[in-house]
Each structure stands twice: as C-alpha cells, then as structure tokens.
Write a protein that binds this ligand. Structure first.
Ligand code: GLU
Length: 450
C-alpha cells in the first residue's frame, strides 16, 4: 500500500527521477512523497511547470563522491567512500548533516539532501539544502581511529566547504567528537578559524548552547503544538520513543519535563520498557559515556525495567516519536499501533515511517507530523549557531531555546495554514511539503535559470 498518488502533470518528472537514478529506492521514496503533494500547487500556479522548477529541484546542483583512505589501530589500510550532495543553494549556503553509517550509499545521501531542502525552507531561515556522509562504521572504533578517519574525510571535503558555500553538521554517527576532529583538520588545512563552516561545535570553540538538545526538543515542541490542536498538551500522556541517540535522548528529556511519561526506547538490538518512565541519567550514561547496547539499561535497573529483542512499537502508548532512522516503522506496525490507541506520531528521525504507515495513520485520523517539519529544530538551531558565529557572539541557553521554540511554533503554523489554504485541514504532510516547496520554488524563479 502506498499513500502517494502523483498528479499526471508531474508523472514525467517522477519517471525521469526513476530512470536517471536507478536503484536509489530511498531517494525515489522521498521524491514520490513530495511530488505527491504538488498536484494542486501546479494547478494553481502553472508557471512552476512552465519553468520546469520541479525537474530542476529533482537534480542536485552538485554531487561529490570521494575515496577516504585511513589506517586503523593495527596498521591496516582501510578504504571508505565519502559523499557530499550539494542539493540546493537558492535560499542560502548548502546546509545539512554528515552521516557515518555502513548503510550509507549515494541514494541515501540524496534522499536526505532532498528532504533537507524543504525542511530548511520551512524554518524560514537563510539556508539551502545538502547532506553528506560515509559508509564508515564508527561502531567499535577507538577515538584515534575516528580522528584519523575524520581527518582523511576532511582532507578531501574541505575544498568544497565554506561559511558562505556549504556548512555541514552532524547526523547519525557524527556528534560533538567528530565535528571537533573535522573542524580541527579544516582549520589546519585552510589556516583560517572559520567557525561558521561547521555547526554542532563544542561550546568552548564556537558552538551554540541548545544545539545538542535542539532536534529532540524541537520534535517535542512540534508534537505539543499538534496535541494542542485536539486537546491540550503532552502532559500526563504515555509516550514511546524509538532510538537512543542524540534525537531520542533530548526528546525523552523534553517529554518528561512537560509532564509526559516515556515508557520505552530502543536501539538496533531491541528495546527497553521502564514503567516508571525512562531514567534519562542512566540512558545517557549507557549510550553517551559507555557507548553500550541498550540492554545495559535493563541490567542496571534490575527487575524494574526489561529488555526485549523486538520492535518498540509493540509497546502501547498514545504518542509515538520515531527518532531512530529511515523506514523503521512500517505499515504492520502502524496498524498495531492504531489498534493499541496511538493518537499522535511526530517524526524525530528523517523519514522513519514508510509510505504505507503514513497512510494507515492518516486514514485512522492519527495526527501525523512529518520529519521535515517535526525535526527541523536541529538544523534551525544550526542556523542560529551560524548567526552567532557571524556576529562573534554567543547567546544564553534560554535565549536560544526560546528562539527554537518560536521557530517550531512558526513551522507548525505554516503547515496548518498551508494545508487549510488548499482544503486539506490537519494534513501536515501536505502542509509541510507545499509550504517548503513554495518558498524554494519562488526563490528559484527569482534567481533565473540556474
Ligand atoms: N542532520 C540534521 C538534520 O537532519 C541536522 C543538520 C544540520 O544541523 O545542519 O536536519
């Protein structure tokens, strides 16, 4: 079952994407979902078709693929592949994270880059869209190996970057430690302290307070806004979060702060259930300090929490926040969740729900907040970090968090208003796609045939 029907006027553009990018199924999925919303838009604004805006948007401005050779701790040479897809720069410098994970292929980076264009547009901030990464697997690697890999990666990538050109950040497998090594090598090669060339930096050397928390907090602010559309807030609600990385951890923190209870979270090995609510200090210790599997959480808690080798979506909860990775929640899981009483889903990860799952949620009247709106708080706070770097200033946590909160409120409003304007009230997928697309498309037209 697929949720998406592409308007005949856009079929040719979509078929060309399939033909020219064979085998890149995640990229196809992301394009199909956006084009699926644009039928009514091109009917109302036929000049987007005449100017071939959609064909232009489907083709990245630039795609960089490079070899990343490095030496491991036993002296063995290792070869990985590096990517940077510079997708669209009409709204600002290319902006988007780097993902280090063995599953990363060109199509993965293209899907993430394509999503990033519209997400970044939705924030209302001056940032274009891009994404990068490598099939490097950081799991089990020493700090020294991570450093040598990051140095080799940046030795090739640096020539394509710049605070006005392309500004990477983190994503899966890339956090504060990796951004430090990458920034160190960029600075060394260029002999410039160009703080605005990367975001997610450490607080002592140009980073922004609240950037670490921003994606998870932002997702919960967005979910809370969505909840406000039907009753009041997440207060008193049971919540299930998938993942236990940066996005999941800070989503759990904010849900708990707002009075909700997170019953379960997961990693690729399974999930833990804690009826008392997930103990964040313990989770951070297991995942951030010890870098262990999630089972260690249950082991520490003795009988008061349990580890299960399975899908976290089996745990009934009114609210679900998928914060792990793409296509982690499929149609079968969605059917079970609807039966178990799930009423609100907001995506903290990028494209975690399959098209079939989205359709199940929407048909059952479950409020569904798509990633490009719900997880935009991370990149928005990256843009705030760039602002601070440009003015050589640093803001307080409270000020930055308040700006993030306001940005999420605005994104929510943009989605709701756009969906209503086209007679699709409550359809956040449509609202996010159309509001994001319109901002990029209008800028493209203003800038000429580029
Ligand atoms: N990787 C994050 C995302 O998916 C953040 C990107 C950034 O801060 O540039 O939006």
């Amino acid at each position: 079952m697929s949720a998406t029907v592409i308007d005949p006027a856009l079929q040719h553009a979509y078929k060309e994407v399939l033909r020219r990018n064979p085998g890149e199924s995640e990229f196809h999925q992301a394009v199909e979902e956006v084009l699926g919303s644009l039928g009514p838009v091109v009917k109302r604004h036929p000049h987007y078709l005449a100017e071939r805006v959609i064909e232009r948007l489907c083709e990245p401005e630039r795609q960089i693929i490079f070899r990343v050779p490095w030496t491991d701790d036993v002296g063995q040479v290792q070869i990985n592949r590096g990517f940077r897809v510079e997708y669209s720069s009409v709204l600002g410098p290319y902006k988007g994270g780097l993902r280090f994970h063995p599953s990363v292929l060109l199509g993965t980076v293209k899907f993430l880059g394509f999503e990033q264009i519209f997400k970044n547009a939705l924030t209302g901030m001056p940032i274009g869209g891009g994404k990068g990464g490598s099939d490097f697997d950081p799991k089990g690697r020493s700090d020294a190996e991570i450093m040598r890999f990051c140095q080799s990666f940046m030795t090739e990538l640096y020539r394509h970057l710049g605070e006005y050109t392309d500004v990477p950040a983190g994503d899966i497998g890339v956090g504060g430690r990796e951004i430090g090594y990458l920034f160190g090598q960029y600075k060394r090669i260029t002999n410039r302290y160009e703080a605005g060339v990367l975001t997610g930096k450490g607080i002592a050397w140009g980073g922004s307070l609240a950037r670490t928390e921003a994606t998870g907090y932002g997702t919960v602010y967005f979910a809370n806004q969505m909840a406000g559309e039907v009753d009041d807030s997440l207060d008193g609600k049971d919540v299930v979060v998938s993942g236990s990385g940066n996005v999941a951890i800070y989503a759990i923190e904010k849900v708990t702060e707002l009075g909700g209870k997170v019953l379960a979270c997961s990693d690729s090995s399974g999930y833990v259930v804690d009826e008392d609510g997930i103990d964040l200090d313990l989770l951070k210790d297991v995942k951030e300090n010890r870098r262990e599997r999630i089972k260690a959480y249950a082991d520490e808690k003795g009988g008061r929490a349990r580890f299960v080798e399975g899908l976290v979506w089996d745990v009934p909860a009114k609210v679900a926040l998928p914060c792990a990775t793409q296509n982690e929640l499929d149609e079968d899981a969605a059917v079970a969740m609807v039966k178990n009483g799930t009423r609100l889903v907001a995506e903290g990860a990028n494209m975690p729900c399959t098209p079939g799952a989205v359709q199940v949620f929407q048909e059952a009247g479950v409020l569904f907040g798509p990633a490009k709106a719900a997880n935009a708080g991370g990149v928005a706070t990256s843009a705030l970090e760039m602002q601070q770097n440009a003015s050589r200033d640093s803001w307080s946590f409270e000020h930055t968090d308040e700006r993030l909160h306001e940005i999420m409120r605005n994104i929510h409003e943009r989605c709701v208003e756009t969906a209503e304007e086209y007679g699709r009230p409550g359809d956040y997928v449509f609202g996010a796609n159309v509001a994001g697309f319109t901002r990029v498309a209008d800028a493209m037209l203003a800038l000429g045939v580029i």
